[in-house]
Design a protein. Structure first.
Length: 242
């Protein structure tokens, strides 16, 4: 008898890649769940150049991945800036998304870009940890600040490896709002709020989900990288959300 449960599709946040989900996926696969992660443009073959990458390119990359794996609806899980990517994909192809799970992620509001949302926060701790590149088309995490911001509660070996994998993040996708947001918001969704987050302040995560049913928001007592700090715990929470 075949497994008809939706597969999990994981989407990374700024400067990360599919690799950041490996430990969580290992936990899920050990329990028999189908899952995969993808790299967002421009870090995939055939993607637009860094300067031209858009939020719609992110959405299309996710939809393309779903289609390439048979087109069955997935549980879409997004971390940090990946919250905008998964929402944009859900707005583009709501029939291909069974559920949205935001992991200490930005939740889009109508007409508001990720950059707008970040700037509206009372505190912006991440700004001290990133540098805009000279061409102003992308930013990077500072090597002397990234560990404290992203991985302060993660095992040292894991954090050190992750530091070497961080890549420039194109700015353009973060300056665009999600179009057709109502289509995405009609899909079942859950939020994992990280109470020790040093990138997206927990108070801002609470604001973004203030009108969500309480049962759809669950806390993890860790920082911005729960997939490294507690991959087993995050996998268990993701399973309870489905």
């Amino acid at each position: 008898m075949s497994d008809t449960r939706p597969a999990f599709l994981f989407v990374h946040g700024s400067c990360h890649g599919a690799w950041c989900w490996n430990l969580v996926m290992a936990q899920l696969e050990a329990q028999g769940h189908a899952c995969r992660a993808l790299d967002l443009p421009p870090y995939v073959a055939g993607a637009p150049a860094e300067a031209q990458v858009t939020l719609e390119d992110y959405a299309q990359a996710i939809v393309n991945d779903i289609d390439a794996h048979g087109g069955a609806p997935v549980v879409l899980v997004g971390h940090s800036a990946g919250g905008y990517a998964i929402t944009a994909a859900a707005a583009r192809a709501p029939d291909k998304i069974a559920q949205l799970i935001y992991v200490c992620a930005y939740v889009p509001s109508a007409g508001i870009s990720l950059a707008d949302l970040r700037r509206s926060a009372a505190e912006q701790p991440v700004m001290g940890a990133i540098d805009l590149l000279p061409d102003r088309l992308a930013f990077v995490f500072r090597q002397d600040k990234a560990r404290a911001a992203l991985f302060h509660d993660c095992p040292n070996s894991v954090a050190q490896d992750a530091m070497t994998r961080l890549v420039p993040q194109p700015v353009r996708p973060q300056n665009a709002p999600v179009q057709n947001l109502a289509r995405a918001n009609a899909i079942a969704r859950s939020y994992v709020r990280c109470t020790e987050d040093r990138v997206i302040p927990p108070v801002e995560q609470t604001k973004m989900t203030c009108d969500w049913p309480k049962g759809d928001v669950i806390d993890m007592h860790c920082g911005h990288s729960p997939f490294f700090a507690d991959p087993k715990g995050l996998a268990e929470i993701i399973l309870t959300r489905r």
